[in-house]
Every structure is written in structure tokens, then in C-alpha cells.
Design a protein around this ligand. Structure first.
Ligand code: FPP
Ligand code: MG
Length: 322
């Protein structure tokens, strides 16, 4: 299922404006433009889209109130991916060569920093409330803590609780913050702000669980990144946690995933062991449960077009192939 195809007309119009604003945001400096334009070519724009939908979920919110923050959210996300790819030494992202592969880690760190700084410049230039700045700062702190947690325990098997803490910090807080920011910018009441935040949180947990499944079973041509990347870099995720709990080959699998230096043959062997268990169904069932809880939290009095789009995004998150 294609994410953009799932969006209704309102959302699709916003997306066109957003693309042009992203282009403008990276156009100040010729090298930054050259380095960043390809990085923004792929990508689903899920975060800014969630923000824009929530901001427009009661009445139309003027673009001057929404677009700078929507762009800032995508810049922060892309900055985090640029840094993530340095950490993981990844060569491909969103179907194109990563900044670290193209220019080396030194330049890539600075490209990520630039995008990050530009995001906060957009927020400062557009008079957003201090509450908005606080939410943004907290979400970035959470991203960093989630990433640090992950990188300090590579090739170690997390407990289910540890896995959830990590995916919450890395992904769910970001998606829930996008929804929360939309509700705040639209001056919705406190209860609706909390409900949309909870919608984003359920969506985020499901999104990351599916992302972790796609890392094993996704089609590289569609995901835009090679499969098995998590295992290779020592990140142990839910399909492995489950397979280790139920597989007859658990000890062989444990050896494969905790030994360091994971080869392509190790990844194939791990995939075979996972497939012989209920791990894929288990992950999907968990993701679907988080999506159900996201849906339940959608406030009742939203514009039909927006609640439809938010429902479609919920469908997309579990059905997606990229
Ligand atoms: C991708 O997830 C990476 C993240 C969700 C967060 C990365 C965060 C940082 C590097 C710290 C924040 C830095 C800045 C500049 C804001 P993944 O690794 O699970 O997925 P992948 O397979 O797409 O890499
Ligand atoms: Mg990564």
C-alpha cells in the first residue's frame, strides 16, 4: 500500500506545499542543497503529515502557523537518520546513497547538524510558543537517549520491557509529539490534545515493530535499505526476542545474534529460524494491538476528512511494505 495514495485530497494538497517548503529550507547553501536534496527525495513524510492533519482536524489552520513546524519536523527526522546512518555505517537510505557513504562521516555529521539547526531556526523565526519548543527539545532528547540505549547494548538480547522502552524513545515519542504539536497549534482542548498524543503513541509503537519486521522481511527495492541491517549492526529486535523465547533452535540463534561480526549467511540462518516460529505473527499481532489502541484514542469530533486520513495512516502502518 502506498502511503501517499492512502491520503485524501486535503492531505495530498498539504503534501505538495510541504515538499516545496522543504526544498526552500535546504536551499540556503549550495553544498547543503547538493548533499541534502537526494536525502529528501525518498521518505514518507509521516511525521509532518501527522502534524498537519492534527493541526487541521477541527478547522482549517493557516499554513503560516503550520508549515514551518511541519518542515522542522521532517528536518529533525532526516537529521536523525543522517546521524543514525553514520552510527550504523549504513550505505543506503530511502533508496539513495547515505551522506556518510558519499562524503564520509566527518561531513555527514555536519550535514545532520545543519538540518537540525535549520529546524530550530524555522521554529525560532516563526514565533512558536515556548511549549512547542519544549516538546521539540524533549523529543530530540528522547531520540538521543533511545539511540544511546541501543548502542550501549549492541549484540545483547533486550527483555521485552527494554525493547519497548527503546522503541518508545526512538519512535513513539516522535510520532506522538507530532500529533500533540498539531493539536496544540490548533488550540484544541486538553482532552483532545491527550487523545491525539495517545493516537500517535500507539501508531509509533506499531510503526517501529513493523519497521523491525521489514528489516528482516522487507524488499530492499521497496524499503530503500538492505535487509538484515539491524542484526548486522547488533540491534536485536522483537522478531529475534520472540524467536529466542519459543524456538527449538534458540541456542543456535542466540549464538548467531550475540556473537558480533554477523555475516550474510548468519542473517539468512536467523531468518530461517524466525520463520519456523510464530515470531512474525506475534509481531504483527502486537503491532495491530497498538494500532487498535491508536484508533480508540482518535477524538470523536474531528473533521471527517481528517479522521479518515488518520484511520488510513493507521491501516498503512501495519500494511506497509516500506
Ligand atoms: C532510525 O531507526 C533512527 C532513529 C529513529 C533515531 C536516530 C536518532 C539519533 C541518531 C539521535 C538524534 C540525532 C539528531 C540529530 C536529532 P532505526 O535505526 O530503527 O531504523 P533504520 O533501519 O531505518 O535505520
Ligand atoms: Mg538504523
Amino acid at each position: 500500500m502506498n502511503f501517499v495514495a492512502a491520503l485524501n485530497e486535503v492531505a495530498a494538497k498539504n503534501l505538495l506545499v510541504l515538499e516545496e517548503r522543504i526544498r526552500q529550507a535546504i536551499a540556503d547553501d549550495p553544498f547543503i542543497y547538493e548533499a541534502c536534496a537526494p536525502l529528501f527525495k525518498g521518505g514518507k513524510r509521516l511525521r509532518p503529515m501527522l502534524f498537519l492533519l492534527c493541526a487541521n482536524s477541527k478547522a482549517a489552520c493557516p499554513p503560516e502557523k503550520t508549515m514551518p513546524l511541519a518542515v522542522a519536523l521532517e528536518l529533525i527526522h532526516t537529521a536523525s537518520l543522517v546521524h543514525d546512518d553514520i552510527i550504523d555505517a549504513s550505505k543506503k537510505r530511502r533508496g539513495v546513497e547515505t551522506a556518510n557513504s558519499k562524503y564520509g562521516a566527518q561531513i555527514a555529521v555536519l550535514v545532520g547538524d545543519y538540518l537540525f539547526a535549520k529546524a530550530f531556526q524555522l521554529v525560532a523565526d516563526n514565533d512558536y510558543d515556548v511549549q512547542v519548543q519544549l516538546i521539540l527539545s524533549k523529543l530530540v532528547k528522547n531520540l538521543c537517549v533511545g539511540e544511546i540505549m541501543q548502542d550501549r547494548s549492541l549484540f545483547e538480547v533486550p527483555t521485552l520491557a527494554e525493547y519497548y522502552i527503546r522503541i518508545n524513545l526512538k519512535t513513539a515519542v516522535f510520532l506522538s509529539s507530532c500529533c500533540r504539536l498539531g493539536a496544540i497549534v490548533a488550540e484544541m482542548d486538553a482532552r483532545e490534545v491527550e487523545n491525539l498524543t495517545a493516537y500517535g503513541s500507539g501508531l509509533g509503537l506499531a510503526f517501529q515493530i513493523i519497521d523491525d519486521l521489514l528489516d528482516f522481511f522487507g524488499d530492499e527495492k521497496i524499503t530503500g535499505k538492505p535487509h538484515g541491517g539491524d542484526l548486522k549492526s547488533g540491534v536485536i529486535t522483537l522478531p529475534i526476542i520472540r524467536a529466542l523465547a519459543v524456538s527449538d533452535d534458540a541456542s543456535a540463534l542466540r549464538k548467531l545474534v550475540t556473537g558480533g561480526n554477523v555475516t550474510t549467511a548468519d542473517i539468512d540462518a536467523a531468518i530461517k529460524i524466525i520463520q519456523a516460529t510464530d515470531a512474525v505473527d506475534y509481531c504483527r499481532t502486537r503491532a495491530e494491538a497498538h494500532i487498535d489502541s491508536a484508533r480508540v484514542n482518535l477524538p470523536p469530533a474531528l473533521k471527517t476528512s481528517v479522521s479518515l486520513a488518520l484511520e488510513q495512516i493507521a491501516d498503512f502502518v501495519v500494511d506497509r511494505t516500506r
